[in-house]
Every structure is written in structure tokens, then in C-alpha cells.
Ligand binder design. Sequence first.
Ligand code: SIN
Length: 531
Amino acid sequence: MAEPLETDYLVIGSGIAGLNFALLAAEHGRVVVVTKKLASDTNTNWAQGGVAAVLARDDSFEQHVQDTLTAGDGLCDREVVELCVRQGPASVERLLQLGVRLDRDATGALDLGREGAHTHHRVVHWEDVTGREIQRALVAAVRTHANITVLEEHLAIDLLSSAHYGKDAGCFGAFVLDRTSGQVKTITARATVLASGGTGKVFVYTSNPDVATGDGVAMAYRIGAACGDLEFVQFHPTVLYHPQARNFLISEALRGEGGVLRLVTGETFMENYHPMKSLASRDIVARAIDNELKKSGADCVLLDMTHLDPDFVRGRFPNIYESCLKLGIDMTKVGIPVVPAAHYMCGGVQTDTHGATTIPGLYAIGEVAFTGLHGANRLASNSLLEGMVYSERAAAAVRGESARRPARMQAWSAGDATDSNDAIVVSLNWDEIRRFMWAYVSIVRTDKRLERARHRIENVRDEIRQYYLDFNVTSDLIELRNVALVAELVIRSAMQRKESRGLHYTLDYLNKQPEARHSRISLASGGPRGK
Ligand code: SIN
């Protein structure tokens, strides 16, 4: 057996939460970051909007707290909301110190954008590619840090835990596939930090990059971690609708700057749904668009910017402008065709206020985590903020972790597995899951649709389980196994909720229950099999 690689802190994922954690934890220990493609292949890199923080004179912490609570529809944890909101200005300051460039106005103050359901301008940004700019600065900083090793093209397969080695060991690392050599490595650590991002690829239409396959939720669930609120999948109302564009987000900041949603016939419609019209919260706008598309039979709606100054539009949204132009859409002259798509997982692996999960030694930060900040619907640009705040809190907490690695380690064993000559099974199942999840478990749900989805996922997971036992692991198979498990967890969480609240909307229970409750799911509480 190859010797396990030992470190103090193992970070799985390289977005804002993972890399900021790595930089802070490297002050007191050695850090290994594993990331399944390149270090910059993350959801963070694709974030367009920015970071929400109270910086304007006419804004207040209480107002940001209130906006977050209103969007969260009764399910935010006020303590968590307060601590994130109050940490906002310091998080922005840290980004600046790390060399992140942020747009400034004519007076030299940070330029503050506005997004849906925010009552004030409070989103710091770098043009319309804020995530890319943050990712650039963080990657540059970790690459030159003596205490940080970044392993690219390394995909975590499973966490090492008591489940493998007897009671009370907690989590002490992971088995990781080196995608280049095909070798499975064992990495042990005092603390293992999931910063693996979201689950968008569970649905066929998504704004997320290909890496968003729910690996962190799946791995944590398999070793018994409690998860929660997984039914709250946020559908972004405006993703570009074009045959040659996949997953291209049209930022909410466009509506923040005055963009108006219209039907393809030119009429506005949002006034029929909410007083904030095109700037209502995402759940309301996505549902309104879904409804209008179903009523009219049209393929998309339009986001109209043509009434705004063309120079302003080009200057404020250079990336979106150029990307649309390449596809023949000049957004200063015509409406941008848009549809809703899966964007963000509000639930995830349950944590305390330092990112600690219910498994000793295992932390979860960023989109993979269920901290209580987002409740039933995340407020725009609160996610990069949460990534900054929780990476800092987790980096402080892991100092207290001591080694948990057992004396005798088992090597990765492939058993009797052979190389597959039937990889079509992987691609067919992948396609099937993502299509029925969209059809039955997306913006508008019913008991019947959820029941159909549950039936299908159980069959598909049986097939994947057998395939996983018979054949050597590949990255496609590992991701499929994770997507399938997360899909089942989303379906079962949605089945628990007998009401419509926030992002969970069901025609069978249109009203809210009097008391707002989180949904929980874990192996111990009778959730589906993890394997
Ligand atoms: C956007 O730019 O619309 C996305 C921002 C976010 O998801 O917070």
C-alpha cells in the first residue's frame, strides 16, 4: 500500500470558501487542497453578481438582516444572519487586502450594485465577473504559500471515518482519485473541510459549471452526517436561452440596474406577481416566468435593457454584453432571451456557527453547508459573503482538532472490479436523472411528481450501485453516484414538506404551515441508503 499522505487540514474544493480557509489555516498548519479539475474550475469563478455588505451611508445591518430574513421566508437562523451581515464589511476589506479588484464610483468609493429583494444598493462587484476576480486573487495567493499544496485533477471519492474503522474516530481524511494517473490516494488530516460547492448538475438546466455534482453532500451523508433543507433548490430566473449557450447566467444585477422582464410579445408581466416587479425575490420571479411560459407555450421570456444608456450597459456588463454579442444578441438593441435554471443549493450538510458538522473532524463551508443563513430562499450575493465568513470561523475552530487517524489504515480496495466496457450505462443514467429531476422536482412540484421521481431514482440507484461494485472507479462514475444520491435526498426532503414555502412550491399544499421547520435527513433518521 502506498503510504498515506498526511496533513493537518484537508480541504476538498477550491472556491472562495476553500481557498480563504486554506490561507487562514496555513497560518497554523499544513494544508492540502484537492480540487477535481483546475483550481479555478469552481462555482465561485462563475459568480457574476458580487458580495453583499452594508457599506452605504443610508443602509444598515438591520436592513440587510431584514432583507435576508424576508427572502428566507421564516427559515433563516437570525443569529447566523446577524453574524454574517455584521462581518460583511470586514470580509470586503479582506478581499481588498488579498488583491481583489472591486469597482469604484466617481468619488473613489466602492461602487454598490443592487440585486433582487435587496432594499438597498449593497453589492460590491468587479464589472460583471466578480467571482472570476476573487478566484484569480485567491488562486495566486495559495499557489505561493509554503504551507499549502494544491492537488488539481484530484477527485475525492469517499471520506475516511468511523464507518470504515470502528467507533468514535470521526472523519480523518479522504480517498482521492488522481484523475491523471488513475491511482487512488489516501490523504489523512486532523480536520477535513468540505468546500465542494453546489449541486446544480442534478438538474438538466443549470447555471452551474460541470463540477457542481453535489460531491460534498453525498460524501458527508454516506458517513452519517446530518443534512437539511435539501428541498430548497434555488432556480435563477434568468439564464441565457440559446442553442449554442449552455449554463450562461444573465446576472440579477441587470435587473438591479433597471432591466425589465417582458414576454416575447413585448408586454411586461411581473406587475401581476409582486409589487417589486422584475426585482422581486428569485423564487417569485422564477415561478412567474415558469407560469408565463406554460401559459403562452413560448420558449423563453426577454430581459430588456434597451431603454438604458448603451455606453452604461456595455461598461457595467462587459462580459455579458460580449458573450451575448458573439451569439448575435446585441443587448443594447434587443431583449435577451432568458429562462430559469437550477442555480444554488440553500440546504446542505448541517453545521454549527463554526462550520463543524455532526461528524467530529468534518467541517462544511460555502454552498455545501446548511448553516441557517439562507432559510427557504437565498438572498442574492449572500453566498460569497457566507463563504468568506464561515471559512474564517472554521479556520479558527480547526486549531482545536487533534489527530484522529487510527494506528492501522486500510488501503483503498477495488475488490474484484474490472475496467468497464459498458460506459454507456453511466451516460444514460446521468441523462435520465437530470431530465426527470427537471420534469418532476424543479420549480413547481406535486405529490404525484415527487412520487414518480422517487420511484425512478430508486431504480437508477440500484443499477448504479451494482455498476459501482463491478467496475473500477472513474471520475464520471464517482460523480454519477453522487448526483444520484443527492437527487434522492432532494426528492425525499421535498416529500417531507407539506406546504409551499420559499423555493419549495407544491400545487398540493399551496399554503404555509403555521410553524416554520427545517427538513432533516440522515442515515440515522431513516434516510435512503448511502451506498
Ligand atoms: C447573479 O449575478 O444574478 C447571481 C448572484 C447570486 O447568485 O448571488
